[in-house]
Design a protein around this ligand. Sequence first.
Ligand code: PAF
Length: 286
Amino acid sequence: MITVHTVAELRAAVLHARRAGKRIGLVPTMGNLHAGHAALVERIAEHADFVVASIFVNPLQFGPREDLATYPRTLPADQEKLLAAGCDLLFAPSVEQMYPNGADGQTRVSVPEVSEGLCGASRPGHFEGVATVVNKLFNMVQPDVAVFGQKDFQQLAVIRKMVADLNLPIEIIGAPTVRASDGLALSSRNGYLDERQRATAPALYRSMTRLADGLRAGNTDRAALLEQARTEQEASGLRVDYLEIREAAHLRAARPEDRKLVILAAAYLGSTRLIDNLTVELPPTG
Ligand code: PAF
């Protein structure tokens, strides 16, 4: 695996692979990699024969009171993990390389509707920052295929809509969430949790699993199921940010007749914000 830091080096390395007839796959990340990221690299390797990963802590997607300054930068350890997972090329640009005109001078990509509500409400501007950097990475790498974790369900929906709306010739793959043995979804931010918070954190997944089981068992009182899950979370020590049931394809408000649903949640433990989601497919009605 080689590591490059500039767009010119990146383009040269990708061109070399493309001229050799290779199908290019991209795994965008912000680093501080864990087993969930390794699974993304392994997944893209099933769809591409030259795997590019990027590590860039993107200032555009952090709010003014968020953890941009403290977000862990762990390049040497990340390089080892990417190599072991089968990555061919790592692009690790500086902020200046990505945003030579500064954040304020950067053209932005905004994806309407699907960016609104949920994390879009709690983190204003977040999805514009994500869509902008992912679009830039797509233009820099020009991959045939790219993979994103389903753990960031709304992000994946935003990227899918951006790709469709802008006619980008890129296949988008959603990879299943990787969980710890107690159910907690792996996330770079889990490292912020102290021992007590880490023990509490799986309560998020447990409450969502019970909610999903209730839906699958045919309970149609969604408001009551949500209220019960919310109560369980708060009783465990989580501070609920949002807990919603939406239809899974476009994240629109779920109607009683929708069969493909997704439960989406965000909750705080101290200052750490956890997100998770579970998809639920109900049998056809009638
Ligand atoms: O999911 C992430 O790690 C980031 O939001 C992404 C897609 C790499 C864009 O910065």
